[in-house]
Write a protein that binds this ligand. Structure first.
Ligand SMILES: [Zn+2]
Length: 69
């Protein structure tokens, strides 16, 4: 996927692999070397290395599309 996506807090990232609850979508709570993500299905929170997120991301939904560069 496009590793040039700009990930920001509040965005929704869709990952290739679903969470056990069935949801593919995660809200970004923190960005950095590791991302903190909250499952949109069950609100479970995880820390995932940025590289892993970039590799498995299928889509990114911006919280504020007008800000997209
Ligand atoms: Zn979940």
């Amino acid at each position: 996927m496009d590793s040039r996506w700009i990930y920001e807090v509040g965005d929704i990232v869709k990952l290739k692999k679903p969470h056990p609850c069935g949801s593919h979508e995660w809200e970004i709570l923190r960005v950095g070397a590791d991302f903190r993500l909250k499952c949109m299905g069950c609100a479970h929170q995880v820390m995932i290395p940025r590289k892993t997120v970039e590799k498995s991301a299928r889509a990114l939904t911006k919280k504020n599309p007008a800000k997209t560069q």
